[in-house]
Structure formats: C-alpha cells, structure tokens
Design a protein around this ligand. Structure first.
Ligand SMILES: [Zn+2]
Length: 288
C-alpha cells in the first residue's frame, strides 16, 4: 500500500513538472527583465521562442540574477548581445558559461585588443559558442503568440575607431505589440544625436538609460523626442557619481517613471497578448 502511495505521489509530481514545462513553452508571456548585477548592465528578454541576454554584467552576479528570473530547468541562453567590449558589460560571460548553455554571442568589435576581452573570446571558442558580428539593420523576430522584433539600430562604420569605446555601443530596439523598448549600452549624447537625425522611432515605452545614468548621455533633446514612459538605470556601487543628478532631473522633466537596479532590484516587464504591460520588482540582494 505504502509503495503504491509513493508511486502515485511520484506520478502526480512528475505530471505537474511536465505540465509546467509544456505550459511555460506554449503559453508564457514575453518578459523583459532589467537585472541587478552591480555596476554593469544585463537585460534578459524571455520569449516562448528563446532567451536573449543583452550584456552579461561585470561578474558572477549574473548567475543569481538569472536563476531568479528563469525557470530552474531553463539553462539555455540562445543569444547574448554584448553592446560593447567594456568589462562591466561582458565579463559575466565567463561565469555564464559555467552554468548555462550559450548558443551564440554577438558584438560589434571582436578585434578589441584588451587581453581580458581576448581571453573571453578564447573561452567562447573553446565552448564552441557561435560568434556573430553585429551590424546595423540586423533583425531578430518571432511570430509566436505574442510576436516580437529586435533590431540593431546603430553601429559606427567599420573604420570608426573612437577613443572611447562607449561611443561604439550597439543600440537596439525591441518591439512587442505596440511597446517599444530601447537598449542603449553606454552610448553618449553624440550618438543619441545621430539616432535623432537618422531614425524615425515611435515614442519609447521603456528606456534602458544609457551609461548607468551618466550626465554625458540622455540629453534633454533625446528624452523630449522619445518621451520614455518608464526608465531603468542599471547601476551599482561606483566612484563615478552615477547615476548623475542632472540625468535624473532630465528624466523627471519628461515625466518618466524611473527605477534603479541598485535600489529596486530586478525590474520586470511582462507583455500580454493584447499588448498590455505589467510591471513587477524583485527586491535587490545585490547592493554592490
Ligand atoms: Zn558600462
């Protein structure tokens, strides 16, 4: 009798587990999470078609953040986009590879000569990760229950060699239903200006505030043009006075609701099939 009871219990648990996976695969909603990785960037886009990570943060905090965002059985990141080869955006790849299967990594400057970056490239090659060149106009789209479209908007010309690699950041926009997310890496006001003159983007619903809220990004001209309803500053303990008070003032001036990951933790945006947005927060355990 006891044996049968345990067998029945096991079958019930197994069915629930399997049902959870199937439900998640077919019915889960697209979700965009701004992770709290300390002083660095990482945004996770979860869709029924796969997981995309934009930047991997500066270290191993990416692992605890992903485990609070992804279901425990989901250990695959289909694509990592590194906005630019600065350590606070790519070094978390080292730890990511230890726990997750990473299918492909895309960035715009594989030739960047930093020894640490070159070491990460060798690690990716050893793990047989596909290395992709990011260029303007690349589109990643899915036509699942809630379709999405991710487009790379800006990348300087191949012969462009900025003294500050932040200026070469990949800028990408994600459209889910009528909601536009804009990911800006560490871009400066100079490239924002190029976007302003170059692109006719719709108003931005959610903005990843550029360069951790630095005062040399997020010009009033840019913010007034795109009117982000919600803004997230990804920031941790730092010696650079980030986020800068002037940037915060400019965001308030355009009436944007602002979150910062060092204080608010992970900020999650869910999109339902009718395009409605739901926002939740997971309190931060990462304050550094
Ligand atoms: Zn940065």
């Amino acid at each position: 009798m006891r044996k049968e009871y345990y067998l029945l219990l096991f079958l019930i648990m197994f069915n629930l587990f399997l049902g959870g996976i199937i439900y998640d695969y077919y019915f889960s909603l697209p979700e965009v999470d701004f992770l709290s990785v300390g002083q660095g960037d990482a945004e996770l886009i979860q869709t029924p078609a796969g997981n995309i990570l934009i930047d991997a943060g500066p270290g191993n905090k990416i692992l605890e953040q992903l485990s609070s965002s992804l279901p425990f059985y989901d250990r695959t990141i289909d694509l990592v986009i590194i906005s630019h080869p600065n350590k606070d955006h790519y070094y978390g790849l080292k730890y990511l590879l230890q726990r997750y299967r990473v299918r492909a990594v895309m960035t715009n400057n594989w030739n960047y000569s930093s020894p640490t970056f070159q070491k990460i490239i060798r690690l990716l090659q050893k793990e047989r990760v596909i290395l992709l060149q990011g260029y303007r106009g690349i589109r990643i789209r899915s036509s699942s229950a809630v379709p999405f479209r991710l487009t790379l908007l800006y990348r300087p010309q191949a012969d462009f060699s900025p003294s500050d690699i932040n200026q070469a950041s990949i800028i990408a926009n994600l459209i889910i239903k009528s909601n536009q997310f804009l990911f800006t890496g560490d871009t400066t006001a100079k490239e924002e200006k190029l976007i302003l003159s170059d692109l006719q983007l719709k108003p931005v619903r959610v903005l990843k505030v550029a360069h951790h809220g630095s005062k040399t990004s997020s010009s009033l001209e840019f913010l007034s043009r795109y009117k982000p309803q919600f803004s997230v500053i990804e920031v941790g303990k730092n010696n650079y006075d980030l986020p800068n008070i002037e940037t915060l003032r400019r965001l308030y001036k355009v009436s944007s609701r602002v979150w910062r990951t060092d204080v608010d933790g992970i900020v999650k945006f869910f999109i339902s099939p009718d395009g409605k947005m739901r926002i939740t927060q997971l309190p931060s355990c990462v304050r550094k």
